[in-house]
Design a protein around this ligand. Structure first.
Ligand SMILES: [Zn+2]
Ligand SMILES: [Zn+2]
Length: 276
């Protein structure tokens, strides 16, 4: 059993306002709690601030898994309370790059002039890791990372405990990898196969996608196709477009649910909790 909590569901840029109250305006951050009390934080968008405040102050190590380093996925990191707890162990995992290690890339944001504090000056104990090529264990979780189609080094994650499987790919343009029906050759398929919950990019309508091919995101229809091909039981659409108001997202989610061959669809909203 895993518990999924959505702390940020928005893509691209935080978009607080009267039109985004239901689904939320904070950028992507999702927390996974395992049966043994282990916690994973997926991405460090602006939603991570509240995730950090809600974490138990039990001094356990915290693991933050970054899919990639676009700003909407790291901007909240400097406002994550465990980073400022003396001695707290914080592990940050992210995709490897051919040019610079994770520390060098993250430091471009977490240093002056963009941010007043440097990672090396934090009193917590921060460790940065490139994600391994093979599945690895964190607490009671088995985690698999795999590269997926998106501009720059980007991974998706598959997280398993005994009896439950979740996949997380908030930024993903699977259609560029070939026809989605091709199954196992498809970008993201190995992560999404037979999961209980697939948390996936659903940024665009079909019409919007036609004008944004190559921008790195899915149409909602592509997300549904991938969920069907991979036999994901529940599809949770995330990375909502900042210009999509609550009413539009609700309509798009309802249409997506009606179009699934099997399984359900939900729209990720801030504060949403679901079980896998
Ligand atoms: Zn993003
Ligand atoms: Zn991105």
């Amino acid at each position: 059993m895993m518990k999924v909590t959505v702390w940020g569901s928005r893509g691209s840029v935080a978009s607080a306002g009267p039109d985004t109250i239901r689904y939320g305006g904070n950028t992507v951050c999702v927390q996974i709690d395992g049966p043994d009390g282990s916690v994973l934080i997926l991405d460090a968008g602006t939603g991570i601030r509240r995730a950090g405040l809600a974490l138990p102050g039990d001094g356990r190590p915290v693991h933050v898994l970054l899919t990639h380093l676009h700003m909407d996925h790291i901007q909240g990191l400097g406002f994550f309370p465990p980073l400022f707890e003396p001695g707290r162990e914080v592990h940050v995992w992210g995709p490897p790059s051919n040019t610079q290690d994770l520390r060098a890339r993250l430091t471009r944001y977490l240093s002056p002039p963009l941010f007043p504090v440097r990672i090396r000056d934090l009193t917590s104990h921060v460790e940065l890791h490139d994600v391994p090529n093979e599945p690895w264990a964190v607490g009671g979780f088995t985690i698999t990372a795999a590269g997926i189609v998106h501009p720059g080094p980007t991974v998706g994650y598959r997280i398993e405990t005994s009896g439950a499987r979740i996949a997380y790919m908030p930024d993903h343009e699977p259609i560029l990898g070939g026809p989605i029906a091709t199954g196992e050759w498809l970008s993201g398929y190995v992560l999404a196969r037979d999961v209980d919950v697939l948390i996936h990019d659903g940024q665009y309508t079909d019409e919007e996608y036609r004008h944004r091919v190559g921008w790195g995101h899915s149409s909602i229809a592509h997300a549904v196709q991938l969920a069907d091909v991979a036999r994901a039981r529940e599809l949770v659409l995330i990375h909502h477009d900042p210009n999509h108001a609550d009413g539009l997202i609700a309509d798009l989610v309802a249409a997506a649910r009606a179009s699934r061959r099997e399984g359900t669809v939900r729209g990720a909203s801030e504060g949403m909790v679901l079980k896998a």
